[in-house]
Design a protein around this ligand. Structure first.
Ligand code: TRP
Length: 331
């Protein structure tokens, strides 16, 4: 059976972008593959070196993974920092990751711009740690959003380079995976790019947001002054709202508002109200489960412990073999 790995950085609450971009795929894949889903707390240190509530953020993601339907009996769910073998593989891969290629990564360039006062080595080698996350379980499929394509390409480069340097075929090539034919992009509410926390809390709808908060955020989403000619192309901020509607609303609802737009009769207030209600309905079961699971410390402890044991079994086997391949021997 093919092995699957994916993770999400723990910088707080998960949003609809995480859910529709990644977690829905996790939930489906757990029935068909040998899955490892982790909480990337080490990666979170590249942007948040001294998080006020590191453990709280890890707990939040764990709770939301479970609430969204990842089943710890089917998939291995673990916290990245519970598996020190990942850090060891990262170290080995770093020896053969070159400054030039790391500097060319778009996510690195974005981060330099976003945090010019903290251009740290962890940020530079973020793709190396991500490659280690994946190939530590010798995974071939990685359910991620479109923005991670370049990281996956780099993971293949590091895996192939290891194989070539040590003259073997130990690591398979990992590829981005999505059940739909396109990698989904979930837009944010700010009228610009994808849904993401770095653009501010008002740009995201969190899985744990209350109905009131969802309504408030959606009603404040950026729109324009409305279409003036029939069937005109939608500007990006309007297209974004339709894209969100496409994900959470029924086909009929989408058609209805699309029709109104095309005949210049649309009232954005109505569209937003509908969008908010459909988001509330789509997230209701998850929201309920988050509240429930959040209270159950002993269950969370048991899941994290069980996950760490299973993940370390797989990871330590890889490290043992990698050490052998590189040539480390004990006396
Ligand atoms: N870089 C990913 C993101 O920002 C998170 C991540 C870290 C990841 N390690 C991974 C995803 C390994 C898949 C596999 O979304």
């Amino acid at each position: 059976m093919e092995t699957v790995v994916s993770g999400i950085r723990s910088t707080g609450k998960l949003h609809l972008g995480n859910y529709y971009g990644a977690i829905q795929n996790f939930v489906k894949m757990q029935h068909q593959y040998n899955c490892y889903f982790f909480i990337a707390d080490l990666h979170s240190l590249t942007t948040h070196p001294t998080p006020g509530d590191l453990h709280g953020h890890v707990k939040q993601v764990l709770v939301e993974y479970l609430a969204a339907g990842i089943d710890p009996e089917k998939a291995t769910i673990y916290v990245q920092s519970d598996v020190p073998e990942v850090a060891e593989l990262y170290l080995y891969l770093n020896m053969n990751a070159y400054l030039g290629e790391l500097e060319r990564s778009t996510s690195f360039k974005d981060k330099i711009r976003a945090q010019p006062d903290n251009v740290n080595a962890g940020l530079l080698t973020y793709p190396v740690l991500m490659a280690a996350d994946i190939i530590i379980h010798r995974a071939t499929k990685v359910p991620v959003g479109k923005d991670q394509e370049q990281h996956l390409e780099m993971a293949r480069t590091f895996a192939n380079r290891f194989n070539r340097l040590y003259n073997n075929e130990y690591f398979p090539e990992p590829y981005a995976f999505n059940f739909s034919d396109k990698l989904v992009k979930i837009p944010g509410l700010d009228g610009k790019g994808k849904m993401g926390k770095s653009e501010g809390e008002s740009n995201v709808v969190n899985l744990s947001d209350s109905p009131e908060v969802i309504r408030k955020k959606v009603m404040r989403a950026v729109t324009d002054s409305g279409p003036t000619t029939e069937n005109q192309e939608k500007p990006v901020e309007i297209q974004n709202l339709f894209d969100l509607m496409n994900v959470v609303s029924s086909a009929d609802t989408y058609e209805h508002f699309d029709q109104l737009y095309n005949t210049c009769q649309i009232r954005y207030g109505d569209l937003k109200k509908q969008l908010a209600e459909d988001m509330i309905i789509a997230t209701a079961p998850i929201r309920e489960k988050i509240k429930e699971i959040d209270q159950d410390s002993s269950y969370l402890r048991q899941v994290a412990k069980h996950g760490a044991i299973k993940a370390r079994e797989s990871a330590s086997k890889t490290i043992r073999e990698v050490r052998e391949i590189i040539g480390f021997r004990s006396f």
